[in-house]
Every structure is written in C-alpha cells, then in structure tokens.
Design a protein around this ligand. Structure first.
Ligand SMILES: CC(=O)N[C@H]1[C@@H](OP(=O)(O)OP(=O)(O)OC[C@H]2O[C@@H](n3ccc(=O)[nH]c3=O)[C@H](O)[C@@H]2O)O[C@H](CO)[C@@H](O)[C@@H]1O
Ligand SMILES: C=C(OP(=O)(O)O)C(=O)O
Length: 442
C-alpha cells in the first residue's frame, strides 16, 4: 500500500469519547437508491444523503451516463434527473475502475435503457475474494450476454430482458440488489429464492415500490417481482447507517466513554444491541437516536458469529473485536460472511491485544470456510492494555477499528491511510474532536 504523509492521523489515546454525533443515510443503501433513479423516466429525490466517497463515486458515474445530479431544497438532499441518459456520450468510464462495488449494479438499469452496459473493474474492501459470479449468472438468466474484456465486462441485451426463477447459492446482498434492479423492468415475473433481506435491501424495495415497481417479500427469503413497462421517480429518505452507528457505539465502549448517536435507529440494530448488552455495554433509545456507554466495571467475553441478516452483520464485527480486547475472559469470533476479515487483528496484537486466529469454524455452525484453510475464527483474550503504534489501514471497517484501538490505547498512534475511512464515515475528522478525541494531522 502506498502511504503519503498527508494521509496520516496522529491519535493521542486514553481519553474516553464523550458527546454527540449524527449519522445520516446508510452507505449500503444510498448509492443503490441513486442507481435506481436511472430506471425512472422522471426525476427522483433522495434525502438524508451522507457526504461520503462512495456517494461521490456513484454521483460521478451517474453524471457520466447523462443523469443530472444536483442538491435539493433540503440539506443532504440529492435530485437525480435521468431524462438524458439515452443521449449521453459516455466517456472515461475506466476512471471509475476500482472505486467501489457499486458499478456492477448499473448492469440492469443500463441494459434496460440502452441495451448495453460496460462495467469497469470493481473496488470495495479487501476482506475476501469477493467474486461476482452470482451477478453474472443472474444477468444471463434474464437474457443478457456478457463478454469479458481486458478493461472490464461488456454486456448486451439482444432483446427485452425476461423475468426468471433464480436461487442464489448464498444470500448475497449485491446479487439480490442486482436481481431487484433488473427484474423491475423485465418482462414477466421473477422469483428469487435464498435472497438477502438486509434492512438496506428492504429500503431499496421501498424506493422501487415508490417508483411503481411490484415487489413482494415472503418470510422465507423469497422475493417476487412482477416487471412493469415504466417506472417514475421517487421521493425517499434513506434509512440511517446502522453500521456507522455501531462503530461509534464500539468506540464508546472501548474508550470507556458515552456517545449519543443521533439518527441511529433501534429496528435495524436489534441484533447488535443484544450483543452490546451481552458484552456489558449500555444503551438508551429515544425517538431521535441511541446513547451508548460503558457503565464502568469489567466487560464480559462473548461468543459471536457473524451471519446474514437477521444475524450479526459482518461489518459490525471489526469494531466490536476492539471492544472485546477490553472484556474479561475468552471471546470467540466466527466470521462466516468474508473469509479474510480477521487479518486486521495482527496490528491489534502489536498494540498489546491477545488475539489468536484459527482455520476451524469455532462457532456453533460450520460455515463455507471451515474446510478451505481460511483464518476465519478468532479467540480474543482480555482484558489487555493497548499501546499506541504505527498502523496502516487495511479496509473501511478495519480502518475505523484501528482508530478505536488508537483512541483506547495509552500513548500516540500514527494511523496511515485515513482517506479510506471517508468511503463510509461522513466527516469523521470533525466528529472525533467533537467527542473529545485528541487527534491531529502531522
Ligand atoms: C456496498 C455494500 O452494500 N456492501 C455490503 C454488501 O457487500 P456485497 O454485496 O459485496 O456482499 P455479498 O452479500 O454479495 O457477499 C456475501 C458473500 O457472498 C459471496 N459472493 C457474493 C457475490 C457473488 O457473486 N459471489 C459470491 O461468492 C461473497 O464472496 C461473500 O462471501 O453486503 C455485505 C454483507 O452484508 C457487507 O459486508 C457490505 O458492506
Ligand atoms: C465491506 C464493506 O463495504 P464494501 O462492500 O463497499 O466494500 C463495508 O461497508 O464494511
């Protein structure tokens, strides 16, 4: 990884985080709702949009495809007008290669509108192989053809895409969204089984329904979509970012502080809240947010298994592991969604944590990774005193976890690669000092 000095944050640890911050719309919904606007024949309004890099990347991609994107009347509102997509002269799409995972979701909307699509190489966090085979299998079932080219994938729809029956091998969030964004304008009915049902997917379904789509969700992970001929625009307030909210909750716990997260919502965080309580963290919910705090005394070790919704979300795992280094006893963490999401613990060990990784499934449920030699289980023994260190951010949540560890540690840490955190945490450089964190740019 290339590290530049202007991408470094000095963190002087040992001060509890105290105060209030606000979370806006979810990183894992907002960019997809923006892509959905491409399906409409009228402008859409998206509210509660965070100023994060993944949103800026998708804004750039949409503009490249002829969508006019401007601020709305409300603060944090975007108005997306797709009237000129057909006449857009798409150039320089390669500049977006590696920026995020969202370009793959342009396939369905572009195939419907233009009959073809070009998808550059994808980015996103390096936490596993992250193949896109389900996406392409799904698109072929709708009738698309796909040609791999050195600079990306070229897709064509020789005729109108047709609804189909699909069973996902794993409830993939991205592949479920791919099906939704493609099926809504396809001819006939699509039945998707083993779908992901994360809150951000439900919110995307709400967006599509507002546009005129016909979608029903059964309790057994089956989603049925009846294609329509035309979709309008939407006016939607994005659901709050439950992942960012949980990150601040873990920061409060690990630094023995108290943080009110304005905008956090209980419904999407129930599983996290139960786990937080098991560890010994406390929270109080009101109509506008959730206050999270460390009540004093020892935290409790727990057994934790990540899973698809409604299980414990994998993106909550890394920040919580930092808090578990402060719990008394042995915590067991079994990561079942991404095969390489525990590598970030090596740096925590350099700070004084005791975390041992295992290839076996240490949770109650054997997962896809047990037989495949991946270090995907961890035993965290605590409590351990953390010391400041030189840290290089490996991925988005791992990066925020390093900030938490540096804030909880004695002494000063140099955290390299902080720009990556802007992908998913709005204004974190302002939020940290607002909570009393002693941070400075060198
Ligand atoms: C932008 C966004 O919303 N990112 C989220 C999304 O990622 P993303 O949509 O990429 O994650 P998926 O749910 O698709 O991935 C889950 C698992 O399925 C596998 N898989 C996925 C697609 C595929 O074609 N083939 C395949 O094997 C992946 O390698 C992984 O092991 O859901 C993840 C799981 O909740 C979250 O951690 C990410 O924050
Ligand atoms: C894994 C994540 O995101 P992405 O899919 O965008 O890499 C994340 O938000 O933790």
């Amino acid at each position: 990884m290339t590290v530049t000095t202007d991408d470094v944050l000095l963190v002087h640890g040992g001060t509890p985080l105290e105060g209030e911050i606000r979370v806006r719309g979810a990183k894992n919904l907002v960019p997809k709702a923006m892509v959905a606007a491409l399906l409409g024949s009228e402008p859409s309004r998206l509210r509660n949009v965070p100023d994060i890099r993944d949103v800026r990347v998708v804004r750039g991609l949409l503009q490249l495809h002829g969508v006019t994107v401007r601020g709305g009347e409300e603060e944090a509102e975007l108005v997306l007008d797709p009237s000129h997509v057909e006449s857009a002269n798409v150039a320089d799409i390669d500049a977006h290669a590696g920026s995020s995972r969202i370009p793959i979701l342009f396939c369905g909307p572009l195939l419907h509108r233009l009959g073809h699509a070009f998808i550059p190489g994808l980015g996103g966090c390096d936490i596993g192989g992250r193949p896109i085979d389900f996406h392409f299998d799904v698109l072929r079932k709708f009738g698309a053809t796909i040609e791999k080219r050195p600079e990306g994938q070229y897709l064509e729809a020789p005729q109108r895409l047709r609804g189909t029956k699909i069973q996902l091998p794993f409830p993939s969030v991205g592949a479920t969204e791919q099906v939704l964004l493609t099926a809504v304008l396809a001819e006939g009915v699509t039945e998707l089984s083993n779908a992901a049902v994360e809150p951000e997917i439900e919110d995307l379904i709400c967006v599509l329904q507002k546009m005129g789509a016909m979608i029903s969700m059964d309790t057994d992970r089956t989603i049925r979509i009846t294609g329509v001929d035309r979709l309008g625009g939407y006016n939607h307030r994005a659901l709050p970012d439950r992942l960012e909210a949980a990150s601040w909750a873990c920061a409060a716990l690990a630094t023995e502080g108290s943080v009110y997260v304005r905008g956090a919502s209980q419904r999407e965080m129930m599983t996290f809240l139960n786990t937080y309580r098991k560890v010994g963290g406390q929270f109080e919910i009101d109509d506008h947010g959730i206050r999270f705090w460390h009540p004093g005394g020892p935290l409790k070790a727990i057994a934790l298994e990540t899973d698809v919704h409604p299980g414990f979300q994998t993106d909550w795992q890394q920040p919580l592991v930092v808090a578990l280094t402060q719990a008394s006893g042995l915590s067991i963490v079994h990561e079942t969604v991404y095969e390489s999401r525990l590598g970030f613990t090596e740096a925590l060990n350099q700070m004084g944590a005791h975390i041992q990784l295992y290839r076996e499934c240490l949770g109650g449920t054997p997962c896809r990774f047990g037989q495949r030699n991946f270090l995907h289980s961890a035993v965290v023994s605590g409590p351990t005193k953390l010391q400041g260190a030189d840290l290089v951010i490996p991925d988005l949540r791992g990066g925020f976890s390093y900030l938490i560890a540096a804030l909880a540690a004695q002494g000063t840490s140099r955290v390299h690669g902080i720009e990556l955190i802007n992908r998913g945490y709005e204004n974190f450089m302002e939020k940290l000092p607002a909570l009393g964190a002693k941070v400075e740019l060198p």
